[in-house]
Unconditional design. Structure first.
Length: 351
């Protein structure tokens, strides 16, 4: 049988596979970005109170809508701030989860499991209870306590080999301790302070306002460029510490750099909206399955933003008993996804 003129040589076939491998992540990231824009518009325009797109543009331009006196307030003080805050916190949680999973080479490594989010919650609740903190002060305390707990976990997990597993186990213990302290504080304060502090236990976008959004936006504009600038070193570390070191990578500096960056992302997001459960945990695995098994911090961040904004839309408009904190909904759906991911990982391990 004669070979076709268009049959590829082995070298060309390898080149084509590499090109296809690079093309798929780009297409998926573009698709995720388009999906995020669509979900964002759904959150702002639809729901129990609907707004047409032309009316939305009119409101943004400072105009008013005839026959809808409260439309401007609802859009600019509720719908739009919640959508923007949900997008920013989702981006931060999704990227932070992917960083820890890639850094520690373990799918269980996520800020809400290894104690980072608990540290942020503890700092925020302590600030509310003892110092009456608000705004930037809460953000600062959340970041400070998260970094302190991360350093404590890293010191406790120090040793030769298996740092990732020890980090996770120590983090789970520290997270349990932090949650216990927060629960104790909630039993010792008045009802008004307890209601304010409960945000830091469940995660909610009902606290969205433009001051919180501005603080979070400034923080992310400083953190994300550093994350993207050094992500090649992070991916090199994922192949294994010994091999990465043989390639000339300073493993210790890279590990500490990305622990700090991951902690900062999780802390500022938690300070803005509370610990929205399981978003950081599931964003990375979902992104990897969409891309085809490869890690992508950008795709993970976009998946996290889509999850938070869409979950908030469902919680605000389709819960029979009234609006539900978004963290409750993501926790309820995150647990089955966690079980499914573990089952899939077990099947892949056997195969």
């Amino acid at each position: 049988m004669s070979q076709g003129a268009t049959e590829l040589t082995p070298v060309d076939r390898v080149a084509k596979l590499r090109a296809d491998g690079r093309r798929r992540p780009r297409l998926i990231i573009v698709g995720l970005a388009v999906t995020l824009v669509a979900v964002f518009l759904v959150r702002v325009l639809l729901g129990t109170y609907t707004v047409t797109f032309p009316d939305f543009i009119t409101i943004l331009q400072g105009g008013s809508i005839e026959g809808a006196r409260g439309a401007r307030y609802i859009v600019l003080s509720d719908k739009l701030p919640r959508a923007v805050l949900g997008t920013l916190t989702g981006l931060a949680f999704g990227c932070a989860g992917a960083i820890f999973q890639l850094l520690l080479r373990n799918p269980l490594a996520s800020p809400d499991i290894i104690g980072i989010s608990s540290g942020a919650s503890l700092g925020a609740v302590l600030g509310i209870v003892f110092w009456g903190s608000t705004g930037f002060e809460i953000s600062f305390l959340a970041v400070a306590f998260s970094l302190a707990l991360a350093i404590l976990i890293m010191v406790l997990a120090a040793g030769h080999g298996g740092v990732g597993n020890r980090f996770i186990l120590m983090g789970i213990g520290v997270a349990a301790l932090g949650n216990a302290v927060v629960n104790y504080l909630l039993t010792r304060i008045d009802i008004n302070s307890a209601q304010s502090a409960m945000v830091w236990m469940t995660g909610s976008l009902s606290v969205a306002n433009w001051e919180r959004i501005l603080i979070l936006l400034i923080a992310l504009c400083l953190i994300f460029p550093a994350v993207m600038l050094f992500q090649r070193q992070l991916h090199a570390l994922a192949v294994g510490e010994e091999l990465a070191q043989s390639l000339g990578l300073n493993v210790t500096i890279t590990r500490w750099l990305y622990i700090v960056l991951g902690v900062l992302l999780a802390a500022v997001a938690t300070a803005a909206s509370g610990p929205i459960a399981f978003v950081a945990f599931v964003s990375g695995p979902i992104a990897r399955r969409l891309i085809g098994g490869r890690h992508s911090l950008t795709a993970s961040a976009l998946v996290g933003a889509i999850i938070v904004v869409f979950a908030d839309f469902i919680a605000a408009n389709f819960v029979p008993s009234g609006a539900m904190p978004v963290g409750v909904l993501t926790g309820a759906f995150g647990a089955p996804i966690l079980i499914w991911l573990l089952v899939q990982s077990q099947k892949e391990g056997r195969s």
